[in-house]
Ligand binder design. Structure first.
Ligand SMILES: Cc1ncc(COP(=O)(O)O)c(C=O)c1O
Length: 336
């Protein structure tokens, strides 16, 4: 890659490269591979470690003394930001939906352990607009108090954060080469869109250098991404530009979001998601969750069943993490 990402400030927070594991056959006969981004290490792992390397790199370069971000009550992104702050010696403030529980579980328990301050807004789970307004208000307060916050939008899905997944795309292609495979598709769960945009940025730059590239299929688990918000092509182009490439390498047709696996809403479990959690646990020992990776995996299985990928081809599922939510009330599928 040109200048690879070396000119951008980066905090070393993740254990990379993450493993690429060979799995069993998918319905329709494609071979499954799992990219273990649940094992990025930071604060029990997950996709946000890759984004936080660049977000926190920018924060430190700007002289920030605290990190501020926002998310749903059981946000993995918030938990991992809490861990990043602990590693870097930065105070962390988290704006979360819902009310402070009597007993913290899952991601909240971990964020408490990492020493973050959690600010509960009392708002509904996926009222992202309200949460963002609360983040901005808290940013003003922290600034006025001299805490010099670096304020990170929901999911860390800015061009700076997405650079982490442009780098991940290259990492994955190099691992596929080493494994002797040329995958047909890369599938992952999408919510705030930064993982998707970053992968597309990396893919476009890789293709521009003459490499064959797989399709990237995002399984949308939130209404926003399923309705085209944010604009993934624009976010990918901004990311390419930040890396030092030409934004025109990203084609709008590169953006593929499958909206059929969210169910009723963000965070509302689905039968297919629960079946996927059981299947993944019993075939690969992989721990998926009901909000993100379970629905993403269900989408991949469903698309495989539809015959989209030929028998014998290779399909990579990026396991983006989320396992701490399993240990919350209702976080795991009913026993069977
Ligand atoms: C476990 C998990 N998977 C997938 C995602 C989706 O990533 P993105 O927000 O970059 O679309 C998230 C975060 O929202 C997540 O926590």
């Amino acid at each position: 890659m040109p200048r690879v990402f070396g000119h951008l400030p980066r905090a070393r927070l993740a254990t990379l490269p993450t493993p690429l594991e060979r799995g069993s056959e998918l319905p329709g006969g494609a071979r499954l591979w799992v990219k273990r981004d649940d094992l990025t290490g930071l604060g029990m792992g997950g996709n946000k470690a890759r984004k936080l390397e660049f977000l926190c790199g920018a924060a430190v370069a700007k002289g920030a003394r605290s990190l501020l971000t926002v998310g749903a009550a059981q946000s993995n992104h918030c938990r991992m930001t809490a861990a990043a702050g602990a590693v870097l010696g930065l105070e962390v403030h988290l704006v979360l939906s819902g009310d402070r529980p009597e007993t913290a579980t899952g991601n909240q328990l971990l964020s408490t352990l990492f020493g973050a301050q959690q600010h509960f807004t009392g708002s509904e789970e996926s009222h992202w607009g309200e949460l963002e307004i609360a983040r901005e208000a808290l940013a003003d307060e922290l600034r006025a108090a001299g805490a010099e916050p670096y304020s990170i939008p929901i999911g860390g899905s800015t061009p700076v954060g997405a650079v982490g997944y442009a780098a991940a795309f290259v990492e994955l292609m190099q691992q596929c080469d080493a494994a002797g495979i040329s995958p047909t598709a890369i599938v992952h769960t999408s919510s705030s869109g930064g993982t998707h945009a970053g992968l597309l940025a990396g893919r476009a730059l890789w293709r521009d250098r003459g490499h064959h590239v797989p399709e990237v299929l995002a399984i949308g688990v939130a209404k926003g991404v399923n309705m085209g918000m944010p604009d993934i092509a624009d976010l990918a182009r901004d990311t390419v530009e930040l890396i030092g490439g030409d934004r025109s390498v990203v084609d709008r047709a590169d953006v593929r979001v499958d909206p059929n696996w969210m169910g009723d809403d963000y965070g509302v479990p689905t039968r297919a998601g629960d079946a996927a959690i059981r299947w993944a646990a019993r075939h690969g020992g992989w721990v998926l969750d009901r909000v993100y990776s379970g629905k993403g995996f269900a989408g991949m299985v469903g698309v495989a069943e539809s015959g989209r990928w030929p028998a014998g081809s290779d399909v990579v599922f990026i396991h983006t993490g989320g396992s701490p939510a399993i240990f919350t009330p209702g976080g795991a599928p009913p026993e069977r």
